[in-house]
Design a protein around this ligand. Structure first.
Ligand code: SF4
Ligand code: SF4
Length: 391
């Protein structure tokens, strides 16, 4: 066996350190959330783009595909990229969607839509979408109350009409606002769509004591059904929390231990004017500017965990991991006491309650006896990559 030889440079030789290129993106994957327009054909009462008057403020994308390409080459060439088309209503700018899909044939694609124009999408687009997130608010009455008369039926009809032409999954994305949203309504969505992802609305006036009790009663029913089902009950927040409790490394591996909504690590929301922000609900805040496609620069996300946030002292920390960072930032860094009392703390209370309800059913024992197919989907479901996981 020969001895390895080490060469030392001659003292007169100048040694240059290898340049360490540190990417502003943490991890190997990145989600490019491209806002194809800020206009929308609906007027949902709680739309988060309403904050800072963002809705309708930018019609079409003002950078060219070549400019985006230069940005991708400079900042994302080492990453696995997946693109979510977002808005406004992204399908109002279908030409842009088609152009991007053609330009990046190896990327994964997702669409976040209100579903009203789904039936206009050509086969080439539908067959290339890994997942469609359809915004819906619960049952017919509640959805139509927020979105306009007839919208619930139109969206469900459109989803059924394109089902056979969609190669990927359909996920109902429910903003859980109303205290009248029932177990039956969410359960119905679970049988209509492949998955249901629900998130508690960030609305003041929502979390009165009676409303909290009603939401908790529905949570209990959903968790009971999850553990009583023979097949996997496709409620993403329950699936994700069970996964995180049984396989804790899954809660951290794509996020470097930070929030699972990806805002601190690997999601870039690109506005139609090319400006980049980590959270789509904070594109009005100049301190959140993270980059610019047109000027071709990118820095690490400014939306990071902060010592004033309470997560380190919370029982849910190991599986919740600080969702939502926007809420925590506004409540604990900006010190908006009213928002904290009326929105953030009640939502954290509901998240902890959901975790305790899951513990009542012994998720480890459930997982141990679950069929392999159920375990696999619970562990690897691709939809976790596209949503915040925590409600
Ligand atoms: S429940 Fe709230 S305080 Fe607890 S870890 Fe989650 S976001 Fe942080
Ligand atoms: S969960 Fe994440 S992406 Fe969603 S609003 Fe909160 S910080 Fe923004």
């Amino acid at each position: 066996m020969s001895t390895p030889v080490t060469f030392f440079p001659h003292p007169s030789q100048k040694v240059t350190e290898p340049t360490q290129v540190t990417s502003p993106i943490l991890g190997n994957r990145v989600e490019l959330q491209l806002l194809t327009t800020l206009t929308c054909n609906l007027k949902c009462t709680y739309c988060s783009l309403g904050v800072g008057d963002m809705v309708g403020s930018q019609g079409k994308v003002s950078y060219t595909p070549d400019v985006l390409d230069a940005f991708v080459k400079k900042h994302l060439s080492e990453h696995e990229v997946y693109i979510t088309f977002y808005g406004g209503e992204p399908t109002l700018n279908l030409d842009f969607i088609k152009e991007i899909m053609e330009r990046y044939p190896t990327f994964r694609f997702q669409l976040q839509t209100n579903g009203t124009l789904l039936d206009n999408l050509p086969d080439g687009v539908l067959s290339n979408l890994s997942n469609i997130l359809i915004s819906i608010d619960g049952g017919e009455e509640i959805t139509d109350g927020f979105r306009g008369r007839g919208i619930y039926r139109q969206v469900v009809k459109n989803a059924q009409a394109v089902r056979d032409r969609l190669a990927g999954t359909f996920t109902a994305r429910v903003t859980w606002s109303s205290e009248e949203t029932s177990f039956e309504e969410l359960d119905e969505l679970a049988s209509t769509f492949d998955y249901v992802y629900f998130q508690f609305v960030a609305g003041e006036g929502t979390y009165t004591p009676p409303a909290m009790e009603k939401k908790k009663a529905v949570i209990t029913q959903l968790v009971d059904k999850f553990f009583a089902s023979e097949e996997l009950y496709p409620m993403i927040p329950i699936m994700g929390i069970v996964r995180n409790k049984v396989l804790p490394t899954r809660a951290t591996e794509l996020y470097h231990g930070k929030t699972q909504c990806r805002v601190s690590t690997h999601i870039l929301n690109v506005m139609p004017d090319g400006k980049i922000f980590p959270c789509p609900d904070m594109m009005y805040a100049p301190e959140m500017l993270q980059g610019d496609v047109i000027a071709n620069w990118l820095k690490p996300s400014p939306l990071q965990p902060h010592p004033d946030m309470p997560c380190d002292r919370c029982e849910a920390q190991s599986w919740c991991r600080g969702n939502c960072m926007k809420n925590l930032y506004l409540a604990y860094v900006k010190n908006d006491q009213r928002y904290r009392n009326n929105v953030v703390d009640p939502i954290c209370d509901l998240v902890r309650f959901l975790g305790r309800e899951i513990d009542r059913h012994d998720p480890h024992a459930w997982y141990a006896q679950a069929p392999l197919g159920v375990r696999k989907t619970l562990r690897d479901c691709e939809v976790y990559e596209y949503v915040e996981i925590m409600p």
